[in-house]
Design a binder for this molecule. Sequence first.
Ligand code: HDD
Length: 679
Amino acid sequence: MSKKHQGNENTKNKQLNLFRVDDRGKKMTTNQSLKVSEDEFSLKAGERGPTLMEDFHFREKMTHFDHERIPERVVHARGFAAHGEFQVYESMRKYTKAKFLQDPTVKTPVFVRFSTVVGSRGSAETVRDVRGFATKFYTEEGNYDLVGNNIPVFFIQDAIKFPDLVHAIKPEPHNEIPQAASAHDTFWDFVANNQETAHMVMWLMSDRAIPRSFRMMEGFGVHTFRLVNEQGEAFFAKFHWKPKLGTHSLVWDEAQKIAGDDPDFHRRDLWENIEKGNYPEFELGVQIIREEDEFMFDFDILDATKIWPEEIVPVHLIGKMTLNRNVDNVFAETEQVAFHPGHVVPGIDFTNDPLLQGRLFSYTDTQLIRLGGPNFHEIPINRPVCPFHNNQRDGYHRQTINQGKVSYHRNSLAGNTPTPVPEEEGGFKHYQEKVEGRKIRSRSESFKDHFSQATLFWNSMTKPEKEHIIDAFSFELGMVKSESVRQQVVDMFAHVSLPLATTVAKNIGVRAPKGGGSHVTTSSPALSQEYTKKSAATRKVAVIITDGFNGSEVGFVLNELVKRGMQPEIISESLGKIQGSDGTLLEVNYTFLTADSVIFDAVYVVRGSSKHKKFNKDAGLFIYEAFSHYKPIGATHEGKQWLESNEMGQSPGVVMADNLNLFVEEFTKSVAHHRFWER
Ligand code: HDD
């Protein structure tokens, strides 16, 4: 077992170990294990002659290369994943018999893949989009997949519209533009003509769609699922993931710049923090509604465009997931993992949500083409940690060698095995919901209110959050060429908020909506990110410094920041070392060429006594950009004099103090505060 995996020997990790190969220090062979004597020159008829067909080594190497790619996911193509473990806080016996939710001492291995939805596999990560949050629990009763997003509702109510939605939001087919963006005609045409999208679009235009980090976003199962206990009682349930670091976002200008600066920003952040031991933690929350209360609400609980406001149905935190290990190989694990909302365990069941019902078909279907056949469950990352036995056989890439001649049920030759398992012994039995109805293609009346919760969301935003939503609509619709579509969207969102639609109309050059307005006056504070957890832990601080700084004092501050969990990085004119006035040497991590302010959460300006003109210019631009993105800025020593001499010095979130202990305390608080919108 390699060093990376020592001390992390859960059932899944042990299983994966059977498949891991380390090629380092080994002799080269072909795939048939024939030792290779030459790998640089193909076999030729004479040194300047043609390559020979006989060259099996060349053919094998080239053929394998030619077939290296598989189709990317039709949505959620760009993703990044990590391993971890989940533990329940206390038994959930009252609601569900799912084994992994019973015993607080049991650690269930998990694999989580985060993703954007629209962009292709190589697209930038900080684009405005929904983020996928898919978790595979390797339980002792088989795999359970919670295939969620970072937004708790969805665009459409019925899965039959999914291909239309995706065609509308993906790059337009005639020129394949724009990549990884919803700011174009076909998406907004879809929105205006499918008004069930209203609620989700409000979330998409909010800061939720540009998360600061995968580690700082919520996850939601979206659908109403069913929990079933040992006594056969059922409860409606919604699942939530709550990040321990709180829910935080970027600002739009910053997100766009990062997309160019570091298209891998989110995966780098996840990868680096796991490597450093800053393991991301998410608490699992459930909302429960009793069966008899199904019709108590002013929304239909089967409608995936609706939330259950947390103030009405509280979220109970029932356990914690910790992501503590990066993958060994992105293709083998992240790319080949196959999620499916239909992968359930006894105690977790479905409802008639028509979006969920359609998903139950789509995921296996897509894996068949993407992973090339029906045996994708045998790929190491997809294998359950408990054995599987049935009469399914053969197909592309079959690896299991099933022994014996019987592959059918019922049989006498194998004693009628494998045997179905009665429910009392752990066999999955579908919840026996009574269903009655005529075959019909239509939408229930109870699904037809598309605007009330969109307004609830709008009402729940703080002033800066509302401004960001207006800006986002104005940007996205500003990119729409069809004036008719722009007008339709404005008229539609007038039913969510008249002030919102009127302001946007002005920004995008269409007439103000004639009708509209909403009667909804309630709000749900849980929807605003303003009230989320705030912490300075793991925040990246850019330290702007050059020669001639006060070595011992700056050393003290940097140490204190690290003690408080922050990650300071030294930025100066060139790589190498800078020297303090007392001879202290500091290693430079980035130059102004290799790092921009957008990849940091905060700036600490020290400066130093050196008077390099270029340093002053580059540092000035760097600091001002961070300032304009509302970021915390701290300054001591020469940096302080510098900030005092311009308007920034007087602004909120700019911390300066002569007393260094006080400085560290105040700066830590402002880093935890994340952004200072009042600037
Ligand atoms: Fe989906 C992938 C989440 C609706 C069809 N979906 C996919 C992934 C996530 C979600 C996180 C990526 C999984 C991974 O990382 O491999 N999808 C959702 C959520 C939805 C949703 C939260 C609404 C509540 N999806 C949805 C519908 C359909 C699909 C209605 C089709 C009927 N989704 C797919 C898919 C994908 C997929 C085409 C592409 C790759 C894959 O499944 O494995 O089958």
